[in-house]
Design a protein. Structure first.
Length: 308
């Protein structure tokens, strides 16, 4: 529906002002804070995307995914029997088999997500992108995080972008597809909105802000624009599409602010792992430290918490 794209106008100063207000929101305290943080844990895509990833550090990540918060801390909050795990484990295609085997050995059903389609630059031929997606699914990935070709957005080739994402959707088969827009490289908030709409029209289950490798990653102005696009798409089609901010989210306070923003823009029904994820590698460490402080009244030492 190219008509939806031609009508797009984003009031950038208003969006920026709104984002500045979001930064000043007061966070919740006490038991409320602990509850929001545990909710954030269940929505984390626990990620390792490093060139030196090995089977051993993927296994360690998977163990942390199943046991994200120390058992005694959960018992103190009476949450030890609620099955709290992260939303997914996210790795490169070459490490999918390691993650699948580790999670199966741990006896849990946490999905494995794999980045694909020329991650992070998207500068590979479409045939290669599709082959990479199919391999990741074959290895056992239940979620695929694809990355779009930014050049198609910057040159206004919206039909080309739609066709590329549509082919990626077909290559994913039964796997859920998250479409990474790499918003820091799209040039304007209007382009972010348009790319969001095209990605949803093409069948994306989620739209995601960033690869985490760009200079600018998840920001509140971008988040507001993408969530408004999700809301409009829902009003027009009745289809709920998920949202995933990723890159640069490192503190518990930031995580809570993102949760509050999703609740404000999209409603409480989006605050589930099926419709909201946080892409992060170091965020869980700070959340566990905050819960440790809430339970014990003292700050955690380096040896108090298991590493991810």
């Amino acid at each position: 529906e190219l008509g939806w794209i031609s009508e797009v106008h984003v009031n950038q100063p208003a969006v920026v002002r709104h984002a500045e207000r979001i930064k000043k929101w007061r966070t919740v305290k006490g038991n409320w804070q602990a509850a929001w943080l545990l909710k954030a844990v269940t929505c984390i895509d626990l990620t390792t995307l490093s060139g030196d990833d090995t089977p051993s550090n993927v296994h360690r990540l998977c163990f942390k995914a199943k046991h994200p918060i120390r058992e005694d801390l959960l018992k103190a909050l009476d949450m030890h029997d609620k099955g709290i795990t992260v939303g997914a484990v996210c790795v490169y295609p070459a490490r999918v088999t390691d993650a699948v085997n580790a999670l199966k050995a741990a006896g849990c059903n946490i999905p494995v997500a794999s980045v694909a389609a020329g991650f992070p630059s998207g500068q590979t031929p479409l045939e290669t992108k599709l082959a990479e997606i199919k391999l990741a699914v074959e290895y056992g990935a239940r979620e695929i995080d694809i990355v779009i070709s930014r050049s198609l957005v910057l040159t206004g080739q919206w039909e080309g972008l739609y066709k590329e994402i549509r082919q990626c959707r077909e290559a994913c088969g039964e796997a859920h597809m998250k479409t990474i827009l790499a918003t820091g490289e799209l040039g304007s908030l209007a382009n972010v909105y348009k790319a969001s709409m095209i990605a949803m029209m093409a069948g994306s289950d989620f739209i995601k802000t960033s690869t985490g490798k760009e200079v600018e990653n998840a920001t509140f102005p971008v988040g507001v624009v993408m969530m408004r696009a999700i809301r409009e798409f829902y009003w027009k089609t009745g289809n709920k599409v998920g949202f995933k901010p990723a890159g640069g989210i490192r503190t518990a306070k930031e995580a809570i602010t993102w949760l509050m923003l999703v609740k404000e823009e999209l409603g409480a029904e989006w605050l589930t792992p099926e419709l909201f994820r946080l892409g992060a590698s170091s965020l869980l460490d700070d959340i566990e430290k905050q819960i440790f402080y809430h339970v014990t009244g003292s700050y955690a030492l380096q040896h108090d918490l298991a590493m991810a």
